[in-house]
Design a protein around this ligand. Structure first.
Ligand code: SAH
Length: 340
């Protein structure tokens, strides 16, 4: 398929349903060639909603005083992993706000204990920006992957979405540091975030084609109550799935989740993403009583097919669209020899 900038812009804006269907079909062919008709499951554990940052879009931003804050203990995190391991998960994603309580010592200790108890499982961290030495220690403790969405590849747009004490340069530096330390790196962005234009999206795609992150997380922006963007309109499901397909074509071996934000916006959001070339789902493995508190956006789904305890149902729904759901770590293909 023609992936010139002109044609990508056409694919993102066309109202010709046949062109869009062909895009999706081609993205699925490319995914199936690299990974087979497989969807990899990851269990998402939201370890803390304390955050020192004040990202304008995010419901758990520091200045949102209406959020009840929590953090999980090591024992709670290990319990989540135990439940997940029994449900067939072989990857645990520890995500949280930037919470200074989770020092390097504490996170390394948790990572080592998870690896000791579940040696066949991969650990993904998603704890925001840290320094090179911190990332190095987490990697040495056994973390395999790190998710840090770049949020937007346009520096001016970045400063529209973030307060002045956060910088585009530092976020990008973190991604380069993670890469150089041997992490499988996840980048990504919200679709339809305030201030986003076709031009900033084209920069996101160029960044992905150039940096080639092992994983790319994209989902629609959804307004969060009590944030500066609470009255903005949400991003579109249609645009998100088109972007998923284009990312698959630009970077065939990418691991591409059908995100919860997509599932929240549309009851068939996950299926639509898979049929556009996605190949990862990340159901929620957090303790039941903290799920509602990790409210990065309104009405975030953590039940039904977004809940890890529904793993059997998730498998059925994926089988129904012709996908297998293997019980393996689901590493990025070019990294297999590296990690085994
Ligand atoms: N503190 C971590 C984890 C952030 S939450 C970090 O900085 O990486 C994970 C992702 O949720 C964010 O990277 C952001 O892209 C997304 N997110 C935050 N608020 C959102 C909103 N209102 N709508 C949709 N996605 C949102």
């Amino acid at each position: 398929m023609n992936l010139s900038s002109n044609n990508i812009e056409h694919l993102l804006t066309t109202s010709d349903p046949q062109a869009v269907d062909e895009l999706f079909a081609e993205a699925c062919r490319v995914r199936d060639k690299v990974y087979g008709r497989k969807v990899f499951m990851r269990g998402l554990i939201e370890i803390s909603n304390h955050c020192k940052n004040d990202c304008l879009y995010c419901g758990i931003r520091r200045s949102n005083l209406s959020v009840k804050r929590y953090r999980l203990s090591k024992e709670q995190i290990l319990d989540c992993c135990r439940t997940g391991r029994e449900l067939g998960f072989r990857t645990f994603v520890l995500q949280g706000g930037e919470d200074a309580w989770f020092t390097d010592d504490i996170v390394c200790d948790i990572v080592r204990d998870i690896k000791r108890q579940f040696p066949d499982c991969a650990i993904t961290l998603s704890l925001g920006e840290r320094g090179y030495d911190s990332f190095r220690r987490l990697r040495e403790a056994g973390a395999d992957r790190y998710l840090l969405r770049h949020e937007t590849a346009d520096a001016t747009h970045y400063s529209y979405l973030h307060p002045a004490d956060m910088s585009f340069e530092h976020r990008m530096q973190c991604l380069r540091d993670l890469r150089s330390l041997g992490f499988q790196v996840g980048a990504g962005f919200m679709v339809g975030s305030p201030g986003q234009t076709l031009d900033t999206l084209m920069k996101d795609l160029a960044f992905i084609a150039d940096f080639r992150p092992e994983m790319v997380g994209i989902g629609p922006f959804i307004p969060a109550a009590d944030t500066p963007f609470e009255n903005q309109v949400a991003g579109s499901v249609d645009m998100t799935v088109r972007l998923l397909a284009i990312i698959r074509l630009l970077h065939p071996s990418v691991l591409l989740p059908a995100t919860s934000a997509l599932g929240t916006m549309h009851p068939k959001g996950r299926e639509r993403a898979i049929m556009a070339g996605a190949n990862v789902v990340m159901p929620n493995l957090s303790p039941q009583d903290t799920r509602a508190l990790y409210s990065i956006y309104n009405n975030k789904l953590a039940t039904g097919s977004e809940a890890a305890e529904s793993a059997a149902d998730i498998r059925l729904r994926l089988h129904a669209i012709g996908m297998e759901v293997p019980d393996d770590r689901g590493d990025h293909v070019e990294m297999k020899s590296y990690n085994s």
